[in-house]
Design a protein around this ligand. Structure first.
Ligand SMILES: [Mg+2]
Length: 253
């Protein structure tokens, strides 16, 4: 086959392989040697294409969420869930304290305060479960948050059995007077220490509380249970067992 003939044949083969769409494109944009223009072509096709409907998932409606929380409280489900977790803690404590003690072991229990031993519902509910710092500070200073009875029973059971009680709260030191007043009114006395976050601390609740439990452990105590309403109360070890109470109201990290 001559060189000229061979070249004609290859040209025919190239034409035969082109599909109609590409033929149109090449006509519109010149020839295959114009392929560097493809980005412009892609942009043109994007303009001609029908618009794609991209819609973000709509977040949960705030009012319906509040209605659900109100129903959770008013139905009694919240109280039942609090009681259920507290009863689990009581059963565990009873079983754990029946174990033969190790020599020189000092047993301790850690409790959070807000929505664990003390209920802030009388403050939160009229505010639509909102958080307004000046109003919150006023509320804490009154020291009138009611005690959460099922958890208080765990507190008193531990106390009766000689377990040392530590309170670890994400409240600040500036809240100490109101908090101690509240604990007296709630008949929650006899604790070994009340850990409150320094006023200028940038630490998260999780970091602060883990450090507090580490200190208690370093001081020679074995924390056999840690009770709180937030995951940040319970994360970070330094406790044999944790008990998570319900809290649909807020998130503390
Ligand atoms: Mg709490």
């Amino acid at each position: 086959m001559s060189e000229a003939k061979s070249g004609q044949t290859r040209g025919k083969l190239r034409k035969a392989k082109l599909n109609p769409g590409l033929s149109f494109v090449l006509k519109a944009f010149g020839s295959a040697c114009m392929l560097p223009r493809l980005p412009a072509l892609v942009a043109l096709l994007a303009l001609l294409a029908p618009p794609r409907v991209c819609r973000a998932a709509e977040p949960r409606n705030l009012d319906t969420a509040k209605q659900d929380i109100t129903r959770y409280i008013d139905s009694g489900d919240y109280d039942r869930d609090l009681a259920r977790v507290a009863q689990e803690a009581e059963r565990y404590l009873t079983a754990r304290l029946a174990e033969p003690p190790k020599p020189n072991q000092k047993l301790a229990i850690a409790f959070d305060l807000d929505e664990t031993l003390l209920s802030n519902l009388p403050h939160m509910r009229p505010l639509g479960f909102g958080y307004v710092p000046p109003l919150w500070n006023e509320w804490v200073a009154t020291g009138t948050a009611p005690v959460i009875e099922p958890v208080a029973r765990v507190y008193h059971l531990a106390q009766t059995k000689g377990v040392v009680i530590f309170l670890i709260s994400d409240r600040r030191e500036k809240d100490r007077a109101g908090t101690e007043k509240n604990l007296r009114h709630a008949a929650l006395g006899g604790y070994a220490a009340l850990y409150l976050k320094p006023n200028d601390s940038p630490d998260t609740a999780r970091v602060f509380k883990t450090a507090a439990r580490k200190k208690i452990t370093d001081d020679g105590y074995t924390i056999i249970a840690n009770v709180g309403d937030q995951k940040s109360d319970l994360a970070g070890d330094y406790a044999e067992k944790t008990f998570k109470l319900p809290d649909p109201f807020y998130l503390t990290e």
